[in-house]
Design a protein. Sequence first.
Length: 155
Amino acid sequence: MTAPVAPVIPSATRLAGRVHRGARAARRLPLASPPASPPPGDVVYGIGRVDASGRVADRAVTCALGWDAGDRLTLTAEAGVVVMRRDPGGMVTVPARPCVVIPAALRHRCGLCAGDRVLLAALPGEDALAVYSLAVVDQAIRAHGAFPHREGGQP
């Protein structure tokens, strides 16, 4: 038979002594400064997730555009970005649900997969929607240098 194992939880008196010895003033976290200018009022942003059928939904974005079920859209794509515009001669229709559908060929061209999160930017004045992969958003943020750096220069 083995001997009982001693408890691994330190006693309360031992912890109390440690707290008083090592007590320091709490370090305050730096506050972020507000942006120099407010975000543009003509753009409505949202975050969505691409499902297995290419559907992306964000009610605020789709409502801001005023697109109705059956409206036709023209889609263009380049690396990580899909742009949709209402166009009577468009090949893609807006479904009955408040969402947009990115066809498989464009998802593959842009590197979008089921489950990927995307930034949606609606421009109601231009009747257009841009869908950005988060990889593109990350590249833009890093190129802008918007991440704070620690001492030593590394983010």
